[in-house]
Design a protein around this ligand. Structure first.
Ligand SMILES: Cc1cc2nc3c(=O)[nH]c(=O)nc-3n(C[C@H](O)[C@H](O)[C@H](O)COP(=O)(O)OP(=O)(O)OC[C@H]3O[C@@H](n4cnc5c(N)ncnc54)[C@H](O)[C@@H]3O)c2cc1C
Length: 449
């Protein structure tokens, strides 16, 4: 039986533990924080119950052999609600609309018509764009660049289109936009994959995939983490939380990692290492040289405000994405809607704001409430019964061409120097969304073990 050590107890580490524990491996899972789950955790806020600390909804990946393992305890369980769609409002140009995509008609008829004409006059670029500025110019045209992409990307990333990678806007769902008419969109999408990549269907159910999205009926998304911890423990996985690694030992060849030494001096034998924590930390522990020209990744800090309101939101959507550049809010999560009780009072919501620093002095109950009012989600007389503000330091990656190049170079360098190491998770810089993190770790485990 060989020893696998997994570092990082977020969704990447938990998925790896689950997959390997079901095979014949002796698995140890190391987490530096007191609790496992990473961005798939929930906090209990006294009498109000649980609020999530990152990702809210657990969505099927579409790969049945993997979903059967991950969703074993969710499908058909009375504790979980399976939503056929994640419903979303968008707020932009001071208007709110139920739509999963940004609807350019919110800009008004004149700008919409101009943007639609410009988009139709463009044809697929011959060379792949490098920056988002090139990508927007070639696929969307000047009106959308000026009125949508530049202001929205400045809000989300704090930087201009020239400095961002060509696909950076996808991190905030700005790839397919709603323009034109439903019929014209349908025709263009069917005519060419390039149009399909720029245009969104006008209706939620059109083109929707059969995957389901799960949320607990009573508590937060951290329920999955709790249930998974029970499952992996029963399968023999040893969990070491609140644990730091202070040293790694290499074999005589210097190409294989043989053991990890923990802060309590315990030595863990290791035939294979799965690393889902920041890659720079492993580089340092293994005594590998810093790569010339490779810089540590830059992130935006995510401020997470949990609020209890004295009345429900005037929306039955699960989320609201706020693209409006004059507002700080990036996302509002409506727990009542996720739990099929959208009119529940008091109402629980989480609001997320992206900043460059700790902005706790600027994010006040007053500023949050005034944005909820401006978005038409609550009337001005609404009272916040209680609130909490937290932050995720390395929240959203600032996706520059350099970020992607350096993340790939660093990952390739580490795995080329250490034969028995596999890098996964969002810290690898190659994947970010939960579905991609899960699929990536599954693919690597399938090919290695
Ligand atoms: C605010 C926010 C909201 C998000 N919302 C969504 C969403 O709605 N949908 C979506 O698909 N994705 C979302 N994401 C993306 C999210 O990153 C992924 O969904 C996924 O949770 C990443 O999982 P992970 O295991 O790679 O990383 P994490 O969840 O960050 O887990 C990494 C774990 O490693 C631990 N760790 C770090 N260093 C060490 C060390 N040296 N030793 C041991 N352990 C260590 C950390 O404590 C953490 O528990 C969000 C991200 C943020 C920041």
């Amino acid at each position: 039986m060989s020893d696998v050590v997994i570092v990082g107890g977020g969704i990447a580490g938990l998925t790896a533990a689950l997959l390997l524990a079901e095979k014949d491996f002796r698995v140890k899972l190391i987490e530096s924080a007191p609790d496992l789950g990473g961005l798939l955790r929930s906090h209990t806020r006294g009498q109000w119950g649980e609020f999530d600390h990152g990702t809210h909804v657990f969505s099927e990946t579409g790969l049945e052999e993997l979903d059967a393992v991950l969703f074993a305890e969710l499908r058909g369980s009375p504790d979980w609600i399976g939503h056929p769609h994640c419903t979303q409002d968008t707020f932009f140009s001071n208007r709110r609309q139920q739509s999963s995509f940004l609807d350019v008609r919110l800009l008004g008829t004149e700008l919409h018509d101009r943007a639609w004409q410009e988009m139709q006059a463009l044809s697929p670029p011959e060379q792949s764009p490098t920056t988002l500025a090139e990508s927007v110019a070639s696929a969307y045209g000047p009106t959308l660049e000026k009125h949508v992409f530049s202001p929205v990307m400045q809000k989300m990333f704090g930087t201009g289109l020239d400095e961002l990678a060509s696909d950076a806007a996808q991190l905030f769902g700005l790839r397919r936009l709603v323009l034109g008419t439903p019929e014209a969109t349908r025709e263009l999408k069917a005519a060419h994959p390039w149009h399909d990549s720029r245009l969104a269907f006008h209706h939620l159910t059109e083109g929707a995939s059969p995957i389901r999205h799960f949320y607990p009926r009573e508590c937060g998304i951290g329920l999955w983490t709790k249930q998974t911890i029970t499952r992996i423990k029963a399968l023999g996985v040893e969990i070491l939380a609140s644990t730091q690694i202070c040293k790694v030992e290499l074999d005589k060849t210097g190409r294989r990692l043989e053991a990890l030494v923990l802060s309590n001096q315990r030595r863990l034998a290791c035939d294979s290492l799965i690393w889902s924590a920041p890659a720079f930390h492993l580089l340092k522990l293994a005594g590998l040289p810093l790569l010339a020209g490779v810089s540590p990744p830059r992130h935006r800090r995510a401020m997470i405000a949990d609020l209890v309101l004295d009345r429900p939101l005037d929306s039955h959507s699960h989320y609201l994405t706020c693209y409006e550049p004059t507002m700080r809010t990036f996302r509002v999560t409506n727990y009542g809607a996720l739990q099929n009780k959208p009119t529940r009072t008091p109402a629980k919501v989480t609001m997320e704001v992206l900043t460059d620093a700790n902005a706790s002095d600027q994010i006040t109950q007053h500023s949050l409430l005034s944005e909820l009012v401006a978005m038409g989600l609550v009337p001005s007389e609404t009272k916040i019964l209680e609130s909490w503000l937290d932050g995720v330091n390395h929240g959203f990656p600032i996706l520059t061409p350099g970020f992607k190049r350096d993340a790939l170079a660093l990952g390739d360098f580490i795995t080329s120097q250490l034969d028995n190491v596999l890098l996964g998770g969002r810290a690898s810089g190659r994947v970010f969304f939960m579905k991609d993190v899960i699929l990536d770790i599954h693919r690597q485990i399938q090919s290695r073990f």
